[in-house]
Ligand binder design. Sequence first.
Ligand code: ATP
Ligand code: ZN
Length: 300
Amino acid sequence: MDASEQRIKIAVQKTGRLTDHSLHLLERCGLKVTQSKDQLFCYGENMPIDLLLVRDDDIPGLVSDDVCDLGIVGLNIVEEKRQALLHDGREAMFKQVFELDFGHCRLSLAAPEGTDYRGPESLNNRKIATSYVGILRDYLNKCGVAAEIVYFSGAVEIAPKLGRADYICDLVSTGSTLDANGLAEVDVLLESEAVVIQTRAELSEDKQALVDRMLQRLDGVLQVRESKYIMLHAPRAALGEICDLLPGSEAPTVIPLEGTDDKVAVHAVCRETVFWETLENLKSAGASSLLVLPVEKMLA
Ligand code: ATP
Ligand code: ZN
């Protein structure tokens, strides 16, 4: 087997809303890359992992066809590809492994302000403009609604003004584009964020080990985001109550304190946000010398 076959490929959006977040996330997993002159390829310097920089729409297909082993892309694009493949009688050869908590948006139905929308049945015999034909078709089928889907590859929001559609189905985050076009959101079809997808193709043992290692690092990076390390002193008598107050922590470490029997030090990793209220409650329960530290890396 030649050396390039032992390397894994991750598909990432080339330029767009997901690019910086995706590259930063991979950097936090310890990957260092150099970009090729054509800027389509990033060579992993310290791990046998390369990045393919492509249009986001191509990412699920590249992972499904086993050109790439992993991909970072919006759930909206993943679901659209899944529906398109299903429509052709094929099954998506990728699976979703992580939600990444960036690239949040929703795929929504919108109509000119003042439209009397009373639920999906209002869509009967109406025209809906969208680039998300697969997801919309599936939604209409599930609702038992017969509407005409008008395909737009971009600038969907101008379709009603052009008289091409009564509704649009498009991505919304702040709603300002809808506002600017005199449209109002009437229903949400899908809540989306960036996700990691993984090929379902069978990989060689070495490649699978590398994919698993990368997924474990990604999991670590995602876990530490909210995690904090808490250190405090606690009266022995209040230990039970204090441990119960520590948010999302399993089995804190209890350490004796030199020169005293009735006080101990407690160290714990808390996997949930630690609010000021939590610290105040811990203090009321008798805790003192409270310290909350960020967690840099975690390997379960
Ligand atoms: P490409 O050239 O890669 O095809 P694009 O124009 O289709 O780029 P972007 O606008 O960069 O894509 O959006 C990428 C992803 O960001 C979307 O598929 C979606 O998951 C997410 N996203 C978050 N907020 C929004 C938004 N307000 N509008 C569009 N996409 C958004
Ligand atoms: Zn795109």
